[in-house]
Design a protein around this ligand. Structure first.
Ligand SMILES: Cc1cc2nc3c(=O)[nH]c(=O)nc-3n(C[C@H](O)[C@H](O)[C@H](O)COP(=O)(O)OP(=O)(O)OC[C@H]3O[C@@H](n4cnc5c(N)ncnc54)[C@H](O)[C@@H]3O)c2cc1C
Length: 505
């Protein structure tokens, strides 16, 4: 009998853990021995729910996806709380800092990314650690430390006005601190938003009680036994006793670089997620760079994990990852923000904009050759599913462009379930469509929990759970109402709507 295939995964975060789960689910009959290395202690947790832990809406255990017992129960060997610090590609061996050596047939690097710490005077101690009272926001441990510090602090400064900075700021606000967000760029979240969108978001953030300083460079952190103040390039000084650094992330590539793999911004992989020139070595998640893009988001990481699992288990040994078409729905400090595609229009693009600053609403669509190539939607949650759908399926936008932002069904109650097109993506993190949810209910799952377990919908940021629940309730109601031939009737009813969603809406 063939010996089992030894799959070693370095990194036990959201990408590495998902890969292990997928391989276990697909490796029917094919023997695999999975060995994982994780620098963080314990099992795997849902990192994107960390803002909830900081804000106190989730407890640490709530966000654990695979507890430590899961590994042994599934025959996975986990070396946790230690870094891998050497890979010998020729000998096909991985070695961690405790000297544990594991041989591999296939090796997957899923080392994630880490916070960028800008070169600010006084921020870093001689031993390389941050001064007391200064934190980064990446791990559950960072969150725990920040929460303790917040309980003893009065004034916090968050350096960075991107998604993470704003989430950290809101978390600290909920601890009762005075919070100032200091942002280098001209407006908040400038990677995702245009200037007007950034300004409207800023108004909303300020209305919550946070202060925002844009176009401001932090030059110095003053600290003795703890942080006392920050200074800016214009000479201004702000007293504070807690500083959070949220200035972006950088892929963890050092291990790959040291063993000779090709590295750009991330570890360079091809459409099979393979590293060049190293047979059986792959990279996925935040650490990977595919066609020049290092995504830093969970949906691409999970798409990559799915493709690689199919290749490794030979379920679809020719599976390819073409890159992710991203439509990102975020709750930024409690504000609904959706961004997709191009941020800036080209010369001949049509730009459709609707702005209502006093209500914190801003929508901008970029249309090219009758197709939606980019959109920013702030505070317009009800139209997001339709806009995302147009973007993802590349279907023509309505001749009257404004119908996308103000569908004839109105901005009120959500679209009836039977009118949601089958292909509509309900869960963006896991790319789960309405049709998959309906099918899962028809196949016997009758609760939100069991549908989420089976489809994985709702297991990322969780924001789609109310919509999943609505679909589950609708199909269950139909099944109850149609006892004879109920399944077929319910399926037909739930997905009755197949035509042009706009025309019918
Ligand atoms: C606070 C926060 C909020 C976020 N919110 C969102 C969001 O709303 N939407 C979204 O799409 N994304 C969000 N993200 C980003 C998302 O969490 C990442 O895209 C995702 O975690 C990537 O998964 P990964 O496995 O590649 O990296 P990670 O989850 O970072 O896992 C990598 C793991 O590898 C370990 N590791 C690294 N080097 C080694 C080594 N040498 N040896 C052993 N182990 C090693 C690390 O310790 C880590 O545990 C957020 C991130 C943070 C921090």
């Amino acid at each position: 009998m063939k010996p089992p295939h030894r799959l070693v995964i370095v990194g036990n975060g959201m990408a590495g853990a998902r890969l292990a789960e997928n391989v276990l689910a697909s490796a029917d009959g094919r023997p695999f021995e999975i060995v994982m290395f994780g620098e963080e202690p314990n099992g795997t947790y849902n990192r994107i729910l960390l803002p909830g832990v900081l804000a106190g809406t989730h407890a640490g255990p709530d966000i654990v996806s695979n507890p430590i017992e899961w590994y042994a129960a599934n025959g996975v060997v986990l070396h946790s709380a230690v870094r891998v610090d050497h890979i010998d590609l020729a000998a096909r061996v991985v070695v961690n800092a405790r000297g544990v050596r594991e041989h591999f047939d296939s090796l997957v690097l899923a080392t994630g990314s880490r916070p960028v710490v800008p070169p600010i005077d006084g921020l870093i101690q001689p031993d390389g650690s941050l001064v007391p009272g200064a934190y980064v926001f990446r791990t559950v441990e960072d969150c725990a430390q920040m929460a303790v510090a917040a309980s003893e602090a009065r004034r916090a400064v968050v350096i960075g006005g991107g998604l993470l900075g704003l989430e950290a700021a809101r978390g600290l606000l909920s601890h009762g601190l005075e919070v100032t967000v200091v942002h280098l760029g001209a407006h908040l979240m400038e990677t995702q938003l245009d200037r007007d969108g950034g300004r409207i978001l800023q108004r909303k953030i300020e209305a919550m009680g946070m202060r925002v300083l844009t176009a401001t460079t932090t030059t110095k952190v003053q600290a003795d036994t703890r942080v006392r103040a920050v200074e800016f390039s214009d000479g201004a000084r702000l007293t504070c006793d807690l500083v959070v650094i949220a200035a972006g992330v950088r892929p963890n590539v050092e291990l790959a670089r040291a063993c000779g793999l090709r590295v750009g911004r991330g570890i360079v992989v091809d459409d099979g997620l393979a590293c060049q020139g190293a047979q059986g070595v792959y990279a996925i998640g935040d650490c990977a760079e595919h066609r020049g893009v290092a995504y830093g988001l969970v949906a691409p990481a999970w798409e990559q994990a799915a493709v690689l699992a199919d290749r490794l288990t030979a379920l679809r040994s020719d599976a390819v990852y073409p890159g992710s078409r991203l439509a990102t729905k975020l709750k930024v400090a409690g504000v609904d923000v959706a961004v997709m595609g191009d941020r800036d229009p080209c010369d001949d693009d049509e730009v459709v904009t609707y702005s209502e600053p006093s209500r914190g609403i801003y929508s901008r669509l970029i249309v090219r050759n009758d197709r939606l190539v980019g959109a920013i939607l702030i505070g317009a949650a009800s139209v997001v599913p339709l806009v995302v759908q147009r973007f993802l399926d590349r279907s023509p936008v309505p001749a009257q462009r404004s119908d996308l932002l103000f569908p004839p069904t109105g901005d009120g109650p959500a679209m009836p379930v039977d009118q949601i097109p089958e292909t509509t993506r309900i869960c963006d993190c896991n790319a789960v469509s309405k049709a998959q949810i309906v099918e899962t209910v028809l196949n016997g799952a009758r609760s939100l929990r069991s549908v989420c377990e089976k489809t994985r919908a709702g297991t990322g940021c969780g924001s789609c759970k109310p919509e999943v629940q609505r679909i589950v309730d609708f199909v269950c109601r139909d099944l109850a109402d149609a006892p004879a031939g109920g399944r077929a009737a319910a399926a037909e009813h739930a997905t009755a709507y197949t035509g042009d969603d706009h025309a019918q809406a």
